[in-house]
Design a protein around this ligand. Sequence first.
Ligand SMILES: O=C[C@H](O)[C@H](O)COP(=O)(O)O
Ligand SMILES: C=C(OP(=O)(O)O)C(=O)O
Length: 444
Amino acid sequence: MSTDLDTWRELPALQQPDYPDAAALAAAVAELQSLPPLVFAGECDQLKERLAAVARGEAFLLQGGDCAESFDVRGADALRAKLKTLLQMAVVLTYAGSVPVVKIGRFAGQYAKPRSSPVEKRNGVELPSYRGDAVNSIEFTAEARIPDPQRLVKMYNASAATLNLVRAFTKGGYADLRQVHAWNQDFVADSPVGQRYEALAAEIDRALDFMRACGVDTDALSSVDIYSSHEALLLEYERALTRIDSRTGQPYGVSGHFLWIGERTRNLDGAHIDLLRKIRNPIGVKLGPNATADDALALIDALDPEREPGRLTFITRMGTGKVRENLPRLVDKVTASGAVVGWVCDPMHGNTYETANGYKTRKFTDVLDEVRGFFEVHRSLGTHPGGIHMELTGDDVTECTGGGHVIDEADLHQRYETACDPRLNRTQSLDLAFEVARMYRENH
Ligand SMILES: O=C[C@H](O)[C@H](O)COP(=O)(O)O
Ligand SMILES: C=C(OP(=O)(O)O)C(=O)O
């Protein structure tokens, strides 16, 4: 395989910003090239091993976080709330589903968005679409929407700050499983799902007491591994952060542990596939409702020619109405080919719609039903439902309808804060985790 890391430049590159100033882009890229890696190749290899377990049916992937991260984050609260939500979901899945859970955040790099339309219209004014803080500003003015390459450097810095905090929270005691109650403290009183979680946490406490009484050292539970991930959309950024691993001489994307290729940029002859096939990270590819089994097989050949366990995860996002019809063909043919990939369900991106008053939203019932369809398909084929990929936040936003604390369309305006797509709030996320744990148990 050619290791020329710049052949993508000759290929069609979709969804790239149209920078007006080439010299400013070159300066930003040069600065990025001089900066240290955000993640280390050895960590990516460790994650690949864990994803191999997912693909073999021995573990479950929980991947979640914002649709679009923002540079405008003050303090640590939002990230702590997000981590807490992921930790609580992971505990529910591990305990109630009895399965090891691999945890990946959609964070520390999720700053760029592919868009359906290059332009946005408001009250007769048309401007370039917002493409994530890594590209332009969400503010609706002509100047704010001009792509600014210095934002790539800000993306690096924001990712570094986020990762630093993630490492502090997850290794410094906050994520200690013996704190299983503490993560829920602000949640118990007024929430049925909080109470349900509390009951589960009490069982875990008893189990830990039992282990301690038997002389088992529970110190190993004091930290967790949560890996970073984002869509590898902006090729200049990803190329500048592709580095040669000193241990192996192989290229790795060091902008995040797990990088995925989106539904809109997975064209086989395209630049995204060309760059990502050359790095050694574990990678994901989104597959939407129009993906064919032949597309999936060709993606495997392009991205995982050596059939390396854990290398490739397919993240399917068919929509609730299509998952039962479209997914079996893909899973069936890929399984028959002998390839071992992870199958993960993104029940968000195929279920978005706009309300009459202009809010992009998703129904919790649709989200849940797509996951249910995903489990049904795998059960009928005897394959492994490997995980879920969610857009979520730890805050009590009102962006998706339904779930435990019923939110309907008329409530969406109350706390609609996403920069792009609607996220599940903490209650909805935990509700979902309990349902998924139940589905997992039923499948096994
Ligand atoms: O998160 C995914 C995409 O970036 C998003 O769904 C695109 O949204 P749009 O259809 O409003 O452009
Ligand atoms: C853009 C995204 O998804 P998809 O490529 O599946 O549309 C996303 O997950 O942010």
